[in-house]
Structure formats: structure tokens, C-alpha cells
Design a protein around this ligand. Structure first.
Ligand SMILES: [Zn+2]
Ligand SMILES: [Zn+2]
Length: 302
């Protein structure tokens, strides 16, 4: 079969070829993907037989490496393959982190929350009731498995960036366009229409999806990040449990208007130290999210 039409995954289904991609990738860094001389590739593979190495390089040249004056360099698909290998996502011996108590309690029952890592996923769940706060894929090589705080920090950063990207309409994994729709439950509390509104986000291209409450759209919004930062909680999305009273109401479903109010009055962990006039001096932030998941209004209330 002609190399040009050969399936890219069959081209990669070979130890030596993956070894070549890894060798060129490992030699890169410091702000560039290098060209690795033929002799260096040969040495990295343990003085591979020349005829055989040429054969595999020819196969890879169809897509994953290109010839330069200095040797061989990864193409963009080659870099993507190298990233997939080095993330550890396909390793058989991925690390696990056993359920470890966090310095945070369950909102529902007050029992301590536990963080863990298994089968490539990060979990935060209650030690007593059924509450599961997080269940999210995180690359095995992105955190120190002996340091649960590093796991929580890394995973929460990943979640913050992914949610923000999805809400902005771009898939964080394939850059495809993300569609979304909203739905609400029927719980209507006396007096106020306090209820959860859920956003269902799906990538048109790769099918990656998130289901999150619109409260989470407000949670990850830049205004909220700055509001918390100015009240002594920098990068609030890294904390297992964020302080304050959060209330969601739905003034309108056509068009969608979801109002999220965050009240930090006297909340544990906040401090007046960072407060300044840039974002008001009040303790309450109110944001209004519309059907496009944009924050169309916000105000700090005294
Ligand atoms: Zn609980
Ligand atoms: Zn996608």
C-alpha cells in the first residue's frame, strides 16, 4: 500500500517508530522542537540496524517526521503523538492516589471530603453521603502522585481551563465548535424561584461534553476570579470548597436570564486585606448569565 494513503494509526503501530518519535521529542524543549541527527536517533534506539531504521523513518516521513538539513524533526501530527505518549494517558501502569481527606467538608452533610485518582480520573467525593463533586480526566504525568495537594491543584486548574474553554465555545481537546443548551429542574422554593439550571455542552467535532450548572459558569468567570482575589482568595477555583453563600435564581427562561449571587459576608477564609475600589468594597457579587452562557450583567453590592 502507498504510504500516502496508509492509515496513520497503522503507520504508528510499531515499537521502533514510536521510539523514533519519542527520541526526537525527548531531545526537544527549551522553546523549540529540534531536528535530531540520524546518528543520534540511532543511538537513542540502542544502535539500531541502519537498513531497518531507514525503513521506519521512511514510513514516518509520510506524516509524523520531516527531513531537515540537520536530521529529522516532528511534524505537527508527530508532536501530537509525542504529547499523547508523554502525558502517560496510554500507559498500563497509571498511578493511583487512594482516597485522602481534604481540609474541606461536604456542603450537604458536613463530613470530610476525599480526593482520589484512579483509571486516569480525578475524584472528589464525600466520605459519608453520595455527593460527588468531581469526576474528571487528568493526565497521569501532570501531577506528583505522592502529593494529594498537587493533584487537587492540577486537576482544578485543568477543570477551570476546560470549562472556560467549553463555555467560550471552543473544545479544549480538538478545537471544534461547542454547542450548548440549557435546562432547569422544576424545584421552585417559596417566594423565590431558586433552582438549578444546567448547561449541556457538546463538541460538534469530537463529542467531548460537559454538563454543568450555570452557577459553574459564574464560578469560572473572570469577574468572579477577580472578586475572590480582591477578597483574599486568589484562584478560588483551586480550593476544594469555595467560601460564601451561593444562590441561583431564574428571572426568565425566554430569553434565559440566570442570576447567581455570591455572598461573602463573614465567610471563612476571606479577608479585607486585598479589597480595593477596583471592584467595589461590598461583600456580594451578582452576575446574570444569558442563554449564550455570557455574563451580560454583573455588580458588586454594598
Ligand atoms: Zn456528604
Ligand atoms: Zn472536540
Amino acid at each position: 500500500m502507498n504510504d500516502e494513503v496508509e492509515n496513520p494509526f497503522s503507520l504508528l503501530a510499531d515499537e521502533t517508530r514510536l521510539g523514533i518519535v519519542e527520541a526526537i521529542g525527548d531531545a526537544s524543549g527549551d522553546g523549540e522542537y529540534v531536528s535530531l541527527p540520524y546518528s543520534a536517533i540511532q543511538a537513542a534506539l540502542g544502535d539500531h540496524d541502519a537498513g531497518n531504521l531507514n525503513y521506519h523513518l521512511r514510513k514516518l516521513k509520510a506524516r509524523f517526521v520531516e527531513r531537515t538539513d540537520d536530521g529529522y524533526r516532528l511534524t505537527v501530527p508527530g508532536i501530537r503523538v509525542y504529547q499523547a505518549i508523554s502525558s502517560g494517558q496510554f500507559d498500563g501502569d497509571r498511578p493511583t492516589v487512594p482516597p485522602t481527606e481534604l481540609d474541606a467538608d461536604c456542603d450537604e452533610c458536613g463530613a470530610p471530603l476525599l480526593a482520589s485518582y484512579e483509571d486516569g480520573r480525578f475524584f472528589v467525593h464525600c466520605s459519608d453521603c453520595d455527593i460527588m463533586l468531581h469526576r474528571y480526566p487528568v493526565s497521569p504525568n501532570s501531577f506528583d502522585p505522592d502529593d494529594v495537594e498537587d493533584l487537587v491543584r492540577t486537576a482544578n486548574t485543568r477543570i477551570h481551563l476546560d470549562f472556560s474553554s467549553m463555555v467560550d465555545g471552543i473544545c479544549p481537546y480538538c478545537s471544534g465548535t461547542v454547542d450548548h443548551d440549557l435546562s432547569t429542574d422544576d424545584r421552585v422554593d417559596a417566594g423565590v424561584e431558586e433552582r438549578d439550571v444546567f448547561a449541556h455542552l457538546t463538541c460538534r467535532v469530537c463529542g467531548w461534553f460537559n454538563h454543568l450548572s450555570v452557577e459553574m459558569v459564574a464560578f469560572h468567570h473572570p469577574v468572579t476570579v477577580v472578586f475572590f482575589e480582591r477578597r483574599g482568595v486568589p484562584e478560588h477555583y483551586l480550593d476544594p470548597v469555595v467560601p460564601g453563600e451561593w444562590t441561583t435564581t431564574v428571572p426568565s427562561t425566554d430569553p434565559w436570564r440566570v442570576e447567581v449571587t455570591i455572598d461573602l459576608d463573614g465567610a471563612e477564609g476571606t479577608s479585607p486585606v486585598g479589597r480595593d475600589a477596583t471592584l467595589g468594597t461590598g461583600d456580594t457579587l451578582r452576575l446574570v448569565v444569558d442563554g449564550a452562557l455570557d455574563v451580560v450583567e454583573w455588580a458588586v453590592l454594598e
